[in-house]
Design a protein around this ligand. Structure first.
Ligand code: ZN
Length: 354
């Protein structure tokens, strides 16, 4: 009996000791768990904090004069939602997103225009009338231009080159906006988005030549198609060159540079040709709206390259007023001026035909 009691007491003591040791080790585990949870939650909250330039991974370091308010490697959900929060990309995202909406509105409006003055004897169908109404009579800034009636339209002229340009502008603005929103998510996303951004820029450059070339050489189909084809082929090749990783290697540097030069030349040649052929006409000088939109774009490129004004006061323009935001506004101004020039081309051909 005594031995049984002793045994029970011993086992009780052992179990108590075990319990004590268990409870202390459990406590330890609990503490460790708590510590781990708190450290991971600190890590999570840190992840969603805006950070300064020095804390960025290399792939996000683009402008050392913008010192803070960076998003860095945020989860995709928070990255998407950051479109509604304040950081140093907020205005970059919204400037081009608003630009996209403006161009979408202009395009939708242009497509929905119905003719004001259709003659019952006209052999044209309603659908054809939609495509032959002088577009500029609705958009012209000059009131005297608005008296153009359908009788002045000499023959139907297609509007696809005009719409192609509008699509090129919208694609460029949308890709740019998406690139600024999503690039902070990861290095891979940044890589993909930058390529799409380049593709958008190339697309805008190529399509901006379509109205100019098509309407200037509308009466010379062979020359017109030759110019359009060469611009398109070089444009597509340039886009592929910027999308395919192998073209980034130094061995392909010359090919890459050559493609950009060819794309630029394929646009410059028809401009020079046009000025020589129609130099006496005011519409030809609209090319020098390459004067207007070229001015905006040149100024934009200078601002972009020099990184003014943030270079003068680093940190002062982190949220608003830095060079990239100014560049975005100048791109929209240039694209809008080009759109107005496109209307002048349409008016020219819709009234005069060939
Ligand atoms: Zn941008």
């Amino acid at each position: 009996m005594a031995s049984t009691l002793t045994l029970e007491k011993t086992s009780f003591l052992i179990s108590e000791r075990d319990h004590k040791s268990c409870s202390s080790s459990c406590e330890e585990i609990k503490m460790k768990k708590k510590k781990r949870t708190s450290s991971s939650s600190t890590k999570d909250s840190n992840k969603l904090d805006l950070v300064d330039y020095a804390s960025l991974p290399n792939f996000l370091k683009h402008n050392e004069f913008i010192l803070s308010y960076y998003r860095s490697e945020w989860p995709i959900k928070q990255t998407l939602l950051s479109i509604f929060s304040i950081h140093n990309e907020t205005l970059n995202i919204w400037t081009h997103l608003i630009g996209f909406v403006i161009f979408l509105t202009l395009t939708t409006y242009a497509m929905s225009i119905v003719p004001l003055n259709t003659t019952p004897t006209s052999s044209l169908t309603q659908e054809t009338n939609l495509t032959t109404t002088p577009l500029t009579s609705y958009f012209s800034l000059n009131l005297s231009d608005q008296v153009i009636s359908n009788q002045e339209v000499s023959q139907p002229i297609t509007r696809w080159p005009f719409y192609a340009y509008m699509c090129g502008a919208m694609f460029c603005l949308l890709m740019s906006s998406a690139c600024h929103l999503l690039s902070c998510h990861s290095e891979h996303t940044c890589y993909v988005m930058l390529r799409l951004d380049y593709a958008g820029i190339s697309g805008l450059i190529v399509t901006s030549f379509y109205p100019l070339v098509y309407y200037s050489f509308a009466c010379h189909p062979l020359i017109r198609d030759l110019y359009l084809c060469s611009i398109t082929v070089f444009g597509i090749a340039t886009i592929f060159a910027s999308l395919i990783p192998v073209f980034e290697t130094p061995e392909f540097r010359i090919v890459r540079a050559g493609l950009f030069v060819c794309m630029a030349l394929s646009g410059l040649v028809p401009i020079i040709h046009k000025l020589m052929a129609f130099g006496d006409r005011p519409e030809a000088l609209v090319t020098a709206s390459a004067g207007d939109d070229g001015c905006f774009l040149s100024l934009g490129v200078i601002v972009y390259a020099t990184r003014v004004p943030e270079r003068w006061m680093p940190g002062r323009f982190d949220l608003a007023g830095h060079s990239h935001q100014l560049f975005h506004v100048l791109v929209i101004a240039g694209a809008y001026t080009h759109y107005l020039a496109g209307l002048v081309y349409l008016r020219w051909r819709e009234i005069e035909g060939c």
